[in-house]
Design a protein. Structure first.
Length: 264
């Protein structure tokens, strides 16, 4: 570690320069005396590029996003966080094979970066590769220090439910609620699970709890329609159906409702 100061300054003046971060430069040096960038600066710059790229992607500014991604990878080509951003870029560009390569590379680069398992697991689920998806998402739930562990258990539960493993899915949802008891997405999933199990009273209780916390979604409206049918509340059923038609006419749930209503 070397400190460069103007030679004309007395020692106390140089000390003032160091404290004020003006005029003097503190730098780490290699074995041959060459300066190297400070680790904190590199990590900070990398995080800035990750934030920039993510923001650009949300705003639909793909060219700027790719530029930020490439700049970040120049700093650290094995950064799992940036590789996840690049995977998402490829995925939204209609290149699932390239996206998968980046997810796998991120996991190889740092197997302790739990977000990679979550993102890759969700990718596999969307590809309908449910066995691989559940195995990958299960890995994500093992990290007890993961700040979004509720989301990891939620996605794992959804995957298990798709496989028909309702008891295991219910346990995953329970673990998700332990980590965040106020997450309406989990509460809706439990309501749907209870409905699939034929536990309609419990499903209704969770559905009511969901409605007290969140706005309707296509999935919640379709569940509400079926619950109202079972309860014989045709007026409320019609209200939900109209809402689904007007607000989400292109949804899969509305198509399912139309098929169901025509078969009644």
């Amino acid at each position: 570690m070397s400190v460069k100061c103007p030679v004309s300054l007395k020692w106390f003046a140089c000390l003032l320069f160091i404290v004020s971060l003006g005029g003097c430069v503190t730098e780490e040096t290699t074995s041959n005396g060459e300066p190297v960038p400070e680790k904190v600066s590199k990590e900070g710059a990398l995080q800035d590029y990750i934030t920039l790229a993510t923001g650009y992607m949300k705003d639909g500014k793909r060219e700027q996003a790719l530029r930020a991604i490439n700049r970040g990878l120049e700093i650290d080509s094995s950064s799992p966080a940036m590789l996840n951003v690049l995977a998402y870029y490829y995925l939204t560009d209609g290149e699932p094979e390239l996206a998968e390569k980046q997810y796998k590379k991120a996991i190889r680069s740092d197997s302790s970066y739990t977000a990679s398992y979550v993102n890759y697991g969700k990718f596999l689920f969307e590809q309908k590769r449910y066995d691989e998806a559940c195995s990958t998402l299960a890995k994500a739930t093992e990290d007890v220090m993961y700040p979004n562990r509720d989301a990891a258990f939620l996605n794992y539960g959804i995957c298990l439910k798709q496989q028909g493993k309702l008891a295991e899915a219910e346990e995953a949802f329970r673990r998700s609620l332990i980590n965040d008891s106020r997450n309406p997405r989990v509460i809706l999933e439990v309501a749907l699970l209870k409905f699939d199990q034929g536990k309609f009273d419990e499903s209704q209780r969770y559905y009511d709890k969901f409605l007290a916390m969140s706005r309707q979604t296509p999935r919640s409206l379709w569940l509400g329609i079926r619950l109202m049918h079972i309860a014989g509340r045709e007026d409320q059923l019609a209200s939900y159906a109209l809402f689904l038609k007007n607000q989400f006419p292109d949804s899969q749930e509305y198509r399912e409702y139309l098929a169901w209503s025509q078969s009644r």
